[in-house]
Ligand binder design. Structure first.
Ligand code: PEP
Ligand code: MN
Length: 263
């Protein structure tokens, strides 16, 4: 059902009026993890000032080590909701288990399914049964075919509001955290009718590569770009090395806008 052969026209996902996949890139910015109201609000104000509509932040964090910060959970969802109510921004946040899904729906606008859960088939099926857009990220070592099949799990249960997100894959290369598979974007656009995002933060893991990879994403036809922003990355509880601070965010967005005007 996600195949272009079944439906030739692009799916446009509407998130509170933001039309994703209509030709204009959509941006999703926000901290890696929700840490406090003040932290989220500071980033939200900066997003809002740019005229953007979407805010990300993890309340449930699927961390590699069990001893790392696991997220604020429901408390984090409440912080996101409060900031959404105050600013009008739409919330994108990761859900890691089917048992959290129902409860989370009241707090969020887009369900993110993370790389580590791309083949959590029960979660995919549950996400397929709710009336809420889903941002599905590519698995750490998933082929494009496996990625498309994961989206198929969601759509087969009825939910057609799916966005795909290339976030880098595991290769032998260590210069970047993951290897951004830029060609996945045009392939996914050809093979499916779904909008495609590129997460430049988790793919590169390097602040100096956020801008060039975001430009590349837009150049190859991505429908959106995701990147992490934290008011004080040095003290961030996760992904401290790769989140932009607010000033870097301002510069990044200015450069991206210049690029979009001239390309
Ligand atoms: C995230 O976006 O917060 C995240 C954990 O990314 P990924 O699932 O792509 O690793
Ligand atoms: Mn992160």
């Amino acid at each position: 059902l996600v195949s272009r052969k079944r439906k030739s026209e692009d799916t446009i996902v509407d998130v509170n009026g933001e039309k994703i996949g209509n030709g204009e890139p959509t941006f999703i910015f926000g901290p890696c993890a929700v840490e406090s109201y003040e932290q989220v609000r500071a980033v939200a104000d900066s997003i809002k000032a740019k005229g953007l509509t979407m805010l990300r932040g993890g309340a449930y964090k699927p961390r590699t080590s069990p001893y790392d910060f696991q997220g604020l959970g429901l408390e984090g969802l409440k912080i996101l909701k409060r900031v959404a109510d105050e600013t009008g921004l739409s919330i994108v946040t990761e859900i890691i288990t089917p048992s959290h899904l129902e409860e989370a729906l009241d707090y969020i606008d887009v369900i993110q399914i993370g790389a580590r859960n791309m083949q959590n088939f029960e979660l995919l099926k549950e996400a397929g049964m709710v009336n809420k857009p889903v941002l599905l990220k590519r698995g750490l070592s998933a082929t494009i075919d496996e990625f498309i099949n994961a989206a198929e799990y969601i759509i087969s249960k009825g939910n057609t509001q799916i966005m795909l997100c290339e976030r880098g894959i595991r290769t032998y290369e260590r210069a970047t955290r993951n290897t951004l598979d830029i060609s996945a974007v045009p392939i996914l656009k050809q093979e499916t009718h779904l909008p495609v995002f590129v997460d430049v933060t988790h793919s590169t893991g390097r602040k100096d590569l956020l801008l060039p990879t975001a430009k590349a994403a837009i150049a190859v036809g991505a429908d959106g770009v995701m990147a992490e922003v934290h008011p004080d990355p040095a003290v961030a509880l996760s992904d401290a090395a790769q989140q932009m601070d607010i000033q870097q965010f301002d510069e990044f967005y200015e450069e991206i806008q210049k690029f979009m005007k001239t390309h």
